[in-house]
Design a protein around this ligand. Structure first.
Ligand SMILES: *Cc1c(COP(=O)(O)O)cnc(C)c1O
Length: 380
């Protein structure tokens, strides 16, 4: 990692903000499972806590760590990445207009289209890597939200966060960025002007494929943010205490995990670029990848642990290769210590923009020689 700020972030993550317990001298924080909190004799709540659907002391530290890593004012944990993302849309009002990417996390895109029609939101799905298209889609005064996902799952399209933010803000719209794949190790969207960052904490933040969790971080604790925090308390899409505690534990190793995953992804991309069995390698770290220059500008220290390979033999050959791996695990999801492979079109189904010869790879932290040898064997 380069720069003072990155070093500080690595330290913040490794030490969970340097917290130690003043009473017990514990280095690792306690896990609060209580659903309710004592009311004072004067009928008040001096602790500031009444009931765990609104306040959970086990959230304090992971939320503070995340806010620090993203350079935000506040963070909020949710029961899943999708619960975090959908909250941002649910505080919009009927008649509002949204601009969202054509290529993005598939089940969220499907939900947006459905919710928009029920809730009477207008939505345009555009190619977010084309800033002219984004500018043409904006309706000043009516557009209230521009949703960005970069790198965009699973083609890894890069969106210029600063450029889209400038366009959206001019139209009076908020900008939210799904930064699950970039992680706060590689990118800080808030520093590029975005208003909200979203993470599926199920992925890199936790990093061990053993919880489902989500998070939002805001640049400013404004009215829009307060509506989201209130919605979480009212709808109850809250994270369990144990999951919050595991997430904090997982974030301690965020930096080394992401750094190794980036190195492994780059090595796999370079190895299979021009390979006899592969027609295209989709990875923002490759110099000839469209969006590489923007990625190099807005990501620091790596291009992420995700890439896709398009297999020359088409759909059948891609599925056959995924069936033959021994070290890569054939499963959906991403961002764990173990490398995962999946035939993505089978997951997304009808209407998906994903080519049927595409294998999505989530690089873990295993030895790179094992990962490449296993793929070579599967593609042979
Ligand atoms: C997994 C994922 C989500 C959804 O998160 P869940 O924790 O599964 O609800 C959203 N965006 C991206 C990019 C993801 O990878």
């Amino acid at each position: 990692m380069d720069g003072e700020k990155s070093r500080n972030s690595a330290t913040i993550a490794a030490q969970g903000l340097g917290w130690t317990d003043p009473v017990t001298k514990a280095v690792s924080p306690p896990l609060h499972l209580s659903s309710t909190f004592i009311r004072d004799p004067d009928n008040g709540y001096a602790s500031g806590r009444a009931y765990a659907r609104a306040d959970n002391p086990t959230y304090n530290q992971p939320e503070a760590v995340l806010a620090a890593l993203e350079g935000g004012a506040e963070a909020a944990l949710f029961s899943s990445g999708v619960a975090a993302a959908t909250s941002v849309f649910q505080v919009l009002a009927p008649g509002d207009h949204i601009v969202a990417p054509k290529v993005m996390y598939w089940s969220l895109r499907r939900w947006i289209a459905e919710f928009a029609s029920h809730w009477k939101l207008d939505v345009n799905f555009v190619d977010m890597s084309d800033t002219d298209q984004v500018a043409r889609a904006m309706r000043p005064g009516q557009t209230k939200l521009a949703w960005i996902e970069t790198p965009g799952n699973p083609l890894w399209n890069i969106t210029d966060i600063a450029a889209v933010t400038e366009i959206a803000h001019k139209a009076g719209a908020k900008v939210a960025v799904d930064s699950t794949v970039a992680t706060p190790v590689l990118s800080q969207p808030l520093s590029l002007g975005a208003d909200i960052v979203m993470h599926s904490a199920t992925k890199y933040l936790n990093g061990h494929s053993d919880i489902v969790a989500g998070a939002l971080v805001t640049r400013e604790a404004d009215d829009f943010w307060q509506r989201i925090v209130d919605l979480r308390a009212h709808q109850g899409a809250i994270l369990g205490s144990l999951e919050a505690w595991l997430l904090l534990r997982g974030m301690r190793t965020l930096f080394p995990r992401v750094q190794i995953a980036c190195r492994n992804a780059m090595a796999v991309a370079e190895h299979f670029n021009g390979h006899a069995a592969i027609s295209h390698v989709l990875y923002p770290g490759l110099k000839d990848f469209p969006g590489h220059a923007i990625a190099a500008r807005q990501m620091h220290g790596g291009f992420g642990g995700m890439l896709s390979l398009r297999v020359k033999g088409g759909e059948a050959a891609a599925i056959r290769a995924a069936a033959k791996v021994k070290i890569w695990k054939r499963a959906t999801s991403l961002g764990g210590t173990e490398s995962l492979i999946e035939h993505r079109a089978s997951v997304e189904g009808e209407g998906s923009p994903v080519p049927d010869d595409l294998l999505r790879l989530s690089c873990g932290i295993e030895h790179i020689g094992d990962l490449i040898a296993d793929l070579e064997h599967a593609l042979a």
